[in-house]
Design a protein around this ligand. Structure first.
Ligand code: XIL
Length: 302
């Protein structure tokens, strides 16, 4: 097929992009989105600060613009993210203990209920593990409510939307042997053993010179899949340009295609100039929306 989404669909997978509501009205942006992608992730619009700006008051206007666009185009929606230490509203940042726990669980329940039936996969919990060699949980206000906050969030999400796949999502979990990867692996293994509802693991896969695609990336996806969860590449972007960048993108696509439970790939933006990595060129389209060598490598690999 001649587009990313259609080619991925021929392999039983989706190919998505992170989308910002405030760009949907731009004709070039919408043209490329609608032509190339069959899944979207709201880049910021479903986060806690956006959806519950004051406690108990919910605002879905910007997220709905993306969800409605996706539905009208027949695209899947990845929900991102229900519980996360970052981009919390100020009121939540000032809570702690059982009050924060209740507020978090209510948030999960309300947002997942509002979007019930419309979300392919939810990032229920995002970035809950620490970087480095500790293998520990990340210290955060949510973690300080008790080590079981992650499973509580997953149970609330399952009750609210039984049809959505429930994912744990993180970065720096791409190297099969890294301490952070091993810690997430152990958590997923424990959740599966105890019947905590988890269906998928998201690998953000933000790569750059310091953090290239690991040689064991495919093996890593496969070891998680062997636990009985789907795996998804959820926020892919790769710094660089030209052939080197194209080769890295190709290796990511090939790794996903080699793992039957790798169900889809999402790139974290469409043209380079809208990337969260300001000044960088980590995406598949340049700032004039021309296809880069990385695009050709991905399309050919799919
Ligand atoms: C980023 C967005 O792209 C930016 O627009 C925002 O300012 C900060 O968050 N990991 C995640 C994403 O899970 O939600 C982050 O998105 C990038 C890192």
């Amino acid at each position: 097929a001649s587009t990313l989404g259609a080619s991925a669909a021929e392999k039983g997978r989706y190919f998505g992009a992170a989308v910002a509501a405030n760009h949907l009205g731009e004709s070039q942006y919408a043209t490329v989105l609608n032509r190339e992608f069959n899944s979207v992730t709201p880049e910021n619009e479903m986060k806690w600060d956006a959806t519950e700006p004051s406690r108990g008051t919910f605002n879905y206007a910007n997220a709905d613009r993306i969800v409605n666009h996706a539905i009208s185009q027949g695209m899947k929606v990845r929900g991102h993210a229900l519980a996360w230490h970052s981009q919390q509203p100020g009121w939540a940042q000032s809570l702690s203990g059982s009050t924060l726990r209740s507020a978090m669980l209510n948030h999960v329940t309300q947002v997942a209920t509002y979007y019930r039936g419309k979300i392919h996969s939810w990032d229920v919990v995002n970035e809950a593990f620490a970087d480095g060699s500790s293998g520990a949980r990340r210290d955060s206000n949510l973690q300080r409510t008790g080590n079981d906050w992650i499973e509580a969030a997953f149970r609330a999400a399952r009750a609210a939307d039984p049809g959505a796949k429930l994912c744990y999502n993180d970065y720096n979990t791409d190297d099969a042997n890294a301490a952070k990867t091993r810690a997430v692996y152990a958590m997923v293994q424990d959740f599966k053993a105890r019947g905590v509802p988890i269906d998928c693991v998201g690998f953000q896969s933000h790569f750059n010179g310091q953090s290239p695609v690991p040689g064991n990336y495919q093996q890593n996806l496969a070891q998680f899949a062997a636990l009985g969860v789907d795996v998804q590449i959820t926020e892919l972007d790769i710094e660089g340009s030209g052939t080197a960048q194209a080769n890295s993108y190709r290796s990511v696509v090939n790794a996903c295609l080699a793992v039957s439970r790798c169900t889809g790939i999402t790139v974290w933006g469409i043209p380079d100039h809208y990337s969260w990595r300001s000044g960088g060129t980590p995406l598949l389209f340049n700032s004039s929306y021309a296809k880069k060598p990385a695009y050709d490598a991905v399309l050919t690999a799919l």
